[in-house]
Design a protein around this ligand. Structure first.
Ligand code: C5P
Length: 232
């Protein structure tokens, strides 16, 4: 599995994201487009960034009835992204429908990964609000297994869970992990963080890094540091 650093481009306008990407004259980082940018600029922003030569992870976290998700995924498959995602909580049936919708007539498709439990959901909230009375990591592993059963390619999880996910679902099952900070950096609102080096050691396949790169004084240098520590 080739490891890579995905830059979370959490900007609210095309101007802001293009100004940021213009700084990269030598490399073409893998870009994550999330809800904020997608809802602000629409599908054209995906096509424009793709046309500049970047790989794209479209992070829209779909969750709805299987038929609706299937049709939405079929539209997204036309955007030629490299990876997209949904919530595993939508059930195995929803994930299977998503995979069908995402698969193009020629059999090709973007990678499809599942969010297990959001890192903002604590065990206490899960128990009290969602009535799920199991340890959080057991729920994460169970949802990862469901994603694997549905035929998905991997999950979004904490780097701290990446090794366990690989043990359960196999080495080829992709782990995409946010919550990465440099050892000497600010952690901001993230709680369970690891360094790029530690994420590599723990078996993450892709790290998603936002503010440590986008808000750095020198984003290109910060990106290169991530790549050096994570990919080596
Ligand atoms: O700026 P920062 O490095 O914290 O950005 C991390 C990115 O990963 C953000 O786009 C955030 O929405 C996303 N993410 C996360 N935790 C998850 C899923 C996605 O931080 N469980």
């Amino acid at each position: 599995m080739g490891k890579d650093v995905i830059v979370a481009c959490d900007f609210s306008s095309k101007q802001a994201v293009m100004d940021f990407l213009d700084k990269f004259t030598e490399e073409k980082p893998y870009v994550k487009i999330g809800m904020e940018l997608f809802y602000a600029e629409g599908p054209s922003i995906v096509k424009e960034i793709k046309a500049r030569g970047h790989k794209i992870f479209l992070d829209l976290k779909l969750c709805d009835i299987p038929n609706t998700v299937k049709k939405a995924m079929s539209v997204l498959s036309g955007l030629d992204v490299d990876m997209t995602n949904l919530h595993a909580s939508g059930t195995i049936e929803m994930m299977q429908a998503a995979l069908e919708g995402l698969t193009r007539p020629d059999g090709t498709r973007p990678l499809l990964i599942a969010v297990t439990q959001l890192t903002s959901t604590s065990e206490e909230r899960m128990r009290e609000q969602l009535l799920i009375d199991k340890p959080l990591d057991e729920v994460v592993m169970h949802y990862a297994s469901n994603a694997e059963k549905a035929g998905l390619d991997g999950v979004v999880c904490s780097p701290l869970e990446a090794g366990k996910v690989h043990d359960r679902c196999g080495a080829k099952f992709i782990t995409v992990t946010p919550g990465v900070r440099f050892a000497d950096g600010d952690i901001g609102d993230q709680v369970r963080v690891t360094t790029p080096e530690k994420a590599k050691e723990l078996g993450s396949d892709y790290i998603v890094v936002g503010r440590p790169i986008t808000a750095a004084e020198d984003p290109v240098a910060a990106y290169r540091r991530c790549v050096a520590e994570f990919v080596g």
